[in-house]
Design a binder for this molecule. Structure first.
Ligand code: NDP
Ligand code: MG
Length: 381
């Protein structure tokens, strides 16, 4: 489990604890919250615990080695841990670009992947799709929209799919005027109406870049052409996504907004466990509404089709710029519209590679981060 201390990671550990006859966490990892990692390891007793920040290894080791739990640190340990014989499935629940390298190792080793870390598919979806053709790895999406689409596609002929309709809550600023959004603070943006998630994806939901990323993710997961994938705003977050077929039928998956269900469905390789999620009582919801997304107000949504038109390293640059811009915004150093400006400017200025190999993604990610940092400093609010 990569990212055991995060929002997805802790919910996945809940499921593992509730179904001990089915699951055991053999490796747990985190970025820097070492105390939370120690607590999770004490409870779940993995074979190995890994912390990305190497200076925190002595603390981790002192706490866990007396319990017979091995410890390690750094990006290489994180990437290589997925290859061990006792690992069947890798849950990628880290945030951002850090998910890419371990995912590539998991594919090389033929491990199944429960994929929460959508940035991996955004950054290098073409490379991953190519590698999957020569690997035994199967990818089970954790993202609720993609889990919904996977559930709607069961028993269907993929060639008879007309469109994927990805629902979006619209985030906390859906009803705000543009002038008011311009002054939004991190606290405003972190107040998501329906979902409780990590800080980075919550900001991505507020800009709606998250939905752009999900369109890219859906394209790579389901092989549906970009022009057949649309976002539709559905503020209640009950319909998790829909698939339209050539005869006009539309299938949807519904449920309360609770990530336990898609996490369990992915870990279970698309089988259903009893009582995973709270029940949906439709009569409790007066109305379910749908509307077109406002791309003027949320220009980040446009990056989906820009990236899927340009391909190559375009989405890699967008993702890198966004990670830097969101970090500046969360520290109160960048305005909310500055996130879009940073991404647009970085995408224009960063080297573009048409048919990238892995090293090209690494180089473009580094360059785009550098450029985005410089740009954020020049437009500080
Ligand atoms: P969180 O910020 O809550 O958790 C991120 C996890 O990754 C933490 O365990 C964190 O460790 C770890 N981490 C951070 N940086 C690194 C690094 N450089 N190397 C290794 N580990 C690292 O994020 P979420 O759980 O919200 O999101 C995880 C992924 O799932 C994201 O890609 C997100 O887009 C996706 N997702 C999340 C949903 C949700 O409901 N939360 C829904 C759909 C998708 P530490 O605690 O030490 O910082
Ligand atoms: Mg989602």
């Amino acid at each position: 489990m990569l990212g055991a201390t995060g929002s997805i990671g802790t919910q996945a550990l809940d499921i593992i604890a509730r179904y001990p006859d089915r699951y055991r966490a053999v490796v747990l990892s985190a970025g820097s919250r070492v105390d939370e990692l120690i607590e999770a390891a004490r409870k779940h007793r993995p074979r190995l615990a890994i912390i990305a920040r190497e200076d925190l290894l002595p603390k981790l080791r002192a706490a866990l080695e007396p319990l017979g739990i091995a410890t390690a640190a750094g990006p290489r340990a994180l990437a290589e841990c997925v290859e061990a014989d006792d690992v069947d499935t890798v849950l990628t629940a880290t945030v951002g670009y850090s998910g890419l390298e371990p995912t590539l190792h998991a594919i090389a080793a033929g491990k199944d992947i429960a994929l929460a870390n959508k940035e991996t598919l955004v950054v290098a979806g073409d490379l991953i799709t190519r590698l999957l053709r020569h690997s035994e790895t199967k990818i089970y999406p954790v993202d609720s929209e993609h889990s919904a689409i996977a559930q709607c596609l069961i028993g269907e002929d993929p060639a008879r799919v007309e469109r994927l309709l990805i629902t979006a809550s619209g985030g906390p600023f859906r009803t705000w005027e543009t002038w008011r959004i311009a002054d939004a603070t991190a606290a405003d943006a972190l107040r998501h109406p329906n979902w409780s998630m990590g800080a980075k994806i919550t900001i991505d939901s507020a800009t709606m870049l998250n939905k752009a990323f999900e369109i890219i993710e859906a394209h790579h997961l389901f092989g549906v052409a970009p022009e057949r994938i649309e976002a539709v705003v559905h503020p209640q977050s009950i319909v998790h996504s829909m698939v339209e077929f050539v005869d006009g039928a539309v299938k949807a998956q519904l449920g309360v907004p609770d990530m336990h269900l898609p996490i369990a469905y992915a870990l279970g390789e698309h089988t259903r466990l009893d009582g995973v999620s709270r029940r949906l009582h439709l009569a409790d919801y007066a109305t379910l509404t749908f509307e077109k997304p406002d791309t003027q107000k949320f220009p980040c949504l446009g990056f989906a089709h820009i990236c899927l038109d340009r391909r190559g390293t375009a989405a890699c640059a967008v993702n890198a710029a966004n990670e830097i811009a969101v970090a500046h915004f969360l520290r109160g150093e960048l305005s909310f519209p500055g996130i879009y400006e940073t991404i647009a400017r970085t995408l224009d200025d960063t080297t573009f590679i048409d048919s990238p190999i892995y090293d090209d993604y690494v180089a473009v990610n580094d360059e785009a981060r550098r450029r985005a940092e410089e740009f954020c400093k020049t437009i500080r609010k």
